[in-house]
Design a protein around this ligand. Structure first.
Ligand code: NAD
Length: 343
């Protein structure tokens, strides 16, 4: 059953190449990865997927509670990394020290009727305190922010790092990979193109209309009507809500998010290890638009972001989408900056 699951996972994207060799004994540099929020709905499957990644040598699983059980469970999987569980604030330093990559799915998920911004007050506080600890214990680590609202939590972390004097814009990433994963799945279904190797850039931010899939740049291209592109764009933007409603009060996307988080973390590790031409979409500090943070294709390298790629040619529909998202994204960025500086 596991073999079948891995076969099906690897057929869904070329970036999931690490899943082809989950038990590889090839030698890779030592890399410590820390998951903050590891006992949660995303954290648990994400921890398992990181345990399957041969690029990881040490896996530190941290949560406010519940991590010893998750760590013991995951540690029995016979792959390269050594797993350690850390529970409670007094163990946060140990979880972070020496980390190359910190993945943050800590926080509360969206419930029906809530927007990502409704989560703001709780998650903003959690992200702020975890960012303070990262600045103190592993200031050189790459940070993959999953906690929502990503449009605001990334600027919060940036402000905290600036205050601590540790900010490096190349090392802070908002994880928007789930938008890309959804855009690919929905596009392949509609366009009847093979999903393996499919590319669909998704730019902007990570909430509602700020998510802008660029289907005109999908490769391979299919002849879809304007109505089909509008419907695919809307479905990608509302993908999170689709899951929240289907789960009917039991949370938001966890399994597909863990998959997306594992794909993005793998790309970051490959970049750190010097693998050439690793490109993923991510929400990063940017000059692609007038906003200080924006999601677009990013080339990953030994120091994190090597290059933020331009948007390329947009259709009129995509230009319109870009114009409408900018004010909302701007407000979310400002909200994050204000929160980080006021409290
Ligand atoms: P969850 O409630 O199942 O798990 C969250 C975990 O975070 C819990 O185990 C909790 O104990 C832990 N936690 C809370 N405060 C913490 C702290 N200070 N330090 C460490 N851990 C702490 O929620 P979930 O479904 O796993 O979602 C987690 C976050 O991811 C939410 O903010 C959710 O909105 C977000 N999310 C992001 C995306 C994305 O695409 N970026 C997609 C889905 C969900």
């Amino acid at each position: 059953m596991m073999a079948a699951m891995l076969r099906s996972l690897r057929s869904s994207t070329t970036s999931s190449r690490f899943l082809r060799r989950p038990y590889s004994s090839e030698s890779h540099p030592e890399r410590k990865v820390t998951v903050l929020g590891a006992a949660g709905g995303i954290g648990q499957p994400l921890s398992l997927l990181m345990k399957l990644n041969p690029l990881v040598s040490r896996l530190a699983l941290y949560d406010i509670a519940g991590t010893p059980g998750v760590a013991a469970d995951v540690s029995h999987v016979n792959t390269r990394s050594e797993v350690a569980g850390y529970a409670g604030e007094e163990q946060l330093a140990q979880a972070l020290e020496g980390s190359d990559l910190v993945i943050i799915p800590a926080g509360v998920p969206r419930k029906p009727g809530m927007t990502r911004d409704d989560l703001f007050n709780i998650n903003a506080g959690i992200v702020k305190s975890l960012s303070i600890a990262i600045a103190k214990y592993c200031p050189n680590a790459l940070v993959n922010m999953i906690s929502n609202p990503v449009n605001s939590t990334v600027p919060i972390a940036a402000e905290v790092f600036k205050k601590a004097g540790t900010y490096d814009e190349k090392k802070l990433f908002g994880v928007t990979t789930l938008d890309v994963v959804r855009a690919k799945t929905f596009y392949a279904g509609k366009a009847n193109v093979p999903i393996e190797g499919l590319i669909v850039p998704v730019v902007g931010g990570h909430a509602g209309i700020t998510i802008l899939p660029l289907f005109s740049q999908a490769s391979p291209q299919a002849n879809l009507s304007d109505e089909q592109i509008i419907a695919l764009t809307k479905r990608t933007q509302d993908g999170g809500t689709e899951v929240v409603e289907a789960k009917a009060g039991k949370g938001s996307a966890t399994l597909s998010m863990a998959y997306a988080g594992a794909i993005f973390a793998d790309a970051c590790l490959k970049g750190l290890n010097g693998v050439p031409d690793v490109i993923e979409c991510s929400y990063v500090q940017s000059t692609v638009t007038e906003l200080p943070f924006f999601a677009s294709k990013v080339r990953l390298g030994k120091n994190g972001v090597e290059e933020v790629l331009e948007l390329g040619n947009l259709t009129d529909f995509e230009k319109q989408g870009l114009a409408s998202l900018l004010p909302e994204l701007k407000a979310s960025i400002e909200k994050g900056i204000k929160f980080a500086n006021q409290s």
